[in-house]
Design a protein. Structure first.
Length: 277
């Protein structure tokens, strides 16, 4: 089905994003990476809006809040948080997002919670814990990344609610443009930074991030969310580390251990249980 093809591409794009970001932050700051990727994506989102994908004026504040959680709060808190903690600890905390969605979708979307969903989510989360191999962490970093996890869950749940009124393209385009306004204020300084660190591979990484994980990825996520329960859709976010592991193995020569393979199996099994629920 189309929705599964879209979901698969979205997860692949978001998984590859970590590899592209890991390369880009060797040359510019994580915040500059976020600013530039959304500056590129917003050009395309703005075209959709100008072509008639507009929201009603009365919904602008709510969609702005939606975008603020999905873009600025999520990315800034995650990027700054990773200055204080390892990527392993960060990925483990971010993996809490589907658990938050499970509760929020029950509370605000009237979606059912059953043992299959709970068991599958816990199993998949355990798999991410194995994959991430968390170690020493700083409380400031933990709190910042935890805010990112909550922001991601609000973006998913509130977006699902707004889809009762708007289609995926319209909602995504407006949420991305409105929500990234705080980031776009820093575009001039970010352009200055990338100009000082000019490297063709860096430019390609930023363009890739802007087009595929950001533009196509966010469009794909809300398209799939419009076809599936939020509690079921969010569990697929736990598959992103699997893509990152494979990409890191192929592109960066990172090692796959027995622990990461066991964690990967647990994530896949957990997703299956949630879908069965």
């Amino acid at each position: 089905m189309i929705k599964w093809a879209v979901l698969s591409l979205t997860i692949v794009f978001w998984g590859l994003a970590f590899t592209a970001i890991k390369y880009a932050v060797y040359f510019i700051s994580p915040v500059d990476v976020a600013v530039l990727r959304f500056a590129i994506a917003d050009v395309l989102f703005a075209i959709s809006i100008l072509n008639g994908r507009r929201i009603e004026l009365k919904d602008v504040p709510l969609v702005f809040v939606l975008g603020l959680f999905g873009v600025t709060i999520y990315h800034v808190c995650l990027n700054v948080g990773e200055v204080y903690i390892s990527s392993g600890v960060a990925s483990l905390i971010i993996a809490l997002a589907p658990i938050f969605v499970l509760f929020l979708s029950w509370k605000f979307l009237n979606e059912r919670i059953n043992l299959w969903k709970i068991g599958g989510t816990v199993l998949a989360f355990s798999g991410v814990a194995l994959i991430s191999e968390p170690s020493y962490a700083n409380i400031i970093g933990i709190l910042l990344v935890l805010i990112s996890a909550v922001a991601a869950s609000i973006y998913t749940t509130l977006g699902k609610k707004l889809m009762e009124k708007y289609d995926a393209i319209t909602l995504t385009s407006n949420a991305m443009v409105l929500g990234s306004i705080p980031l776009l204020l820093f575009v001039p300084s970010s352009i200055f930074e990338i100009a000082n660190s000019f490297k063709s591979e860096l430019i390609l990484s930023i363009i890739f991030l802007g087009l595929f994980p950001t533009y196509f990825g966010y469009l794909g996520w809300y398209y799939f969310l419009s076809k599936e329960e939020a509690s079921k859709a969010s569990i697929f976010l736990l598959a992103i580390p699997l893509v990152s592991l494979i990409a890191g193995y192929i592109l960066l020569g990172e090692v796959l251990t027995l622990r990461t393979l066991a964690g990967s199996f647990a994530v896949i099994a957990g997703i299956y249980l949630v879908l069965r629920g």
